[in-house]
Design a protein around this ligand. Structure first.
Ligand SMILES: NC(=O)c1ccc[n+]([C@@H]2O[C@H](COP(=O)([O-])OP(=O)(O)OC[C@H]3O[C@@H](n4cnc5c(N)ncnc54)[C@H](OP(=O)(O)O)[C@@H]3O)[C@@H](O)[C@H]2O)c1
Length: 283
């Protein structure tokens, strides 16, 4: 990774120290990032907060032992990231609403929860945003899609973009497209992991050991992903170069094309979008 220029951010609170909250925290702990007055993080149970006991840049609060934890954590914070489960997110926003700074922006990462729902929980005039990161954020290779609420200023939007840029790329979209984006990049790492699982199993069927199959498949996935990005070439062109007429790859691609992979992916994404609508409806 190239040397990054210093990034100075105002106080930030993360409510919920689960996998996504911690991934964002790791980005904010990058050497080039300075968060004024440190990063505040809360969690329901103690164990998670204990993990940060030796990190001077982080202040941790535990809600199971301190009923005021979330409210204390958000006071003075300019960005409040809500990283609890979707079913808990409106309740936690309503809990802290009265303690938010006037110019704070609330960013929910909850799948399916709409800007209108977040706005209703935070208060009609509050700045609220929806963000949909993905798990490669853990290694700062995430993609985060974002939708911006009507009371968010350009300065607040840029601030939130720079927070999520610490864990990867950021794309701003209209809210109507956020569920579709979630079905691509939010859920997408699981599609790739599933492909890797199935492909490794097929490799083991050919007599390779677990370790050999893992190396062959994972390094091929890594190499192909890095090649398509580094070369700037279209995937069709790169595929054409591997596919000699009447060669082995051509036969294999014919089988995959025959299974109509595009239609299968579309059906899978439609299922994810339907579930996002159910979550928004509280189902
Ligand atoms: N994981 C992903 O790939 C992903 C991707 C995009 C978006 N998201 C979104 O990110 C959110 C969190 O997902 P996750 O996978 O990180 O879930 P998770 O690992 O279960 O994290 C949620 C955390 O919130 C804590 N919590 C619950 N209620 C709390 C409260 N009132 N105050 C403070 N902390 C509280 C939980 O603590 P306890 O464990 O002690 O109960 C837990 O550590 C979800 O809304 C999800 O839709 C996740």
């Amino acid at each position: 990774m190239t040397q990054e220029s210093p990034l100075h951010l105002p106080a930030i609170a993360i409510l919920g120290a689960g996998s996504m909250g911690r991934a964002i925290l790791q980005g904010l702990l990058s050497p080039h990032v300075r968060v004024a007055t440190g990063i505040r993080i809360t969690n329901r149970r103690l164990e998670a907060a204990d993990d940060f006991a030796t990190e001077p840049r982080v202040s941790a609060w535990v809600t199971s032992t301190n009923g005021e934890a979330n409210r204390e954590a958000v006071r003075g914070a300019k960005v409040v990231i809500v990283a609890v489960k979707p079913a808990d997110s409106e309740e936690i926003i309503a809990e802290v609403a009265a303690d938010l700074d006037e110019d704070a922006v609330v960013v929910s990462v909850a799948a399916g929860k709409t800007l209108a729902q977040l706005q209703a929980a935070a208060g009609a005039a509050r700045a609220v945003m929806r963000a949909m990161p993905n798990t490669p954020a853990q290694i700062r290779r995430g993609v985060t899609g974002m939708a911006v609420g009507e009371h968010v200023s350009a300065v607040q939007r840029e601030l939130v973009e720079s927070v999520f840029a610490t864990v990867g790329s950021v794309v701003i979209v209209d809210e109507e497209r956020l569920n579709a984006l979630t079905s691509i990049s939010g859920s997408g790492p699981a599609y790739v992991f599933y492909l890797i699982e199935q492909w490794e199993e097929a490799a083991r069927e050919q007599g390779f050991t677990h370790a050999e199959a893992a190396l062959l498949v994972r390094e091929t996935v890594r190499g192909a992903a890095e090649l398509v990005i580094a070369s700037g070439e279209q995937p069709e062109e790169l595929r054409r170069r591997v596919t000699s007429p009447n060669g082995t790859t051509e036969r294999a691609i014919a089988v995959l094309a025959g299974a109509n992979l595009a239609e299968l992916l579309d059906t899978a994404m439609q299922a994810a979008m339907a579930r996002a609508r159910e979550i928004a409806a509280g189902e």
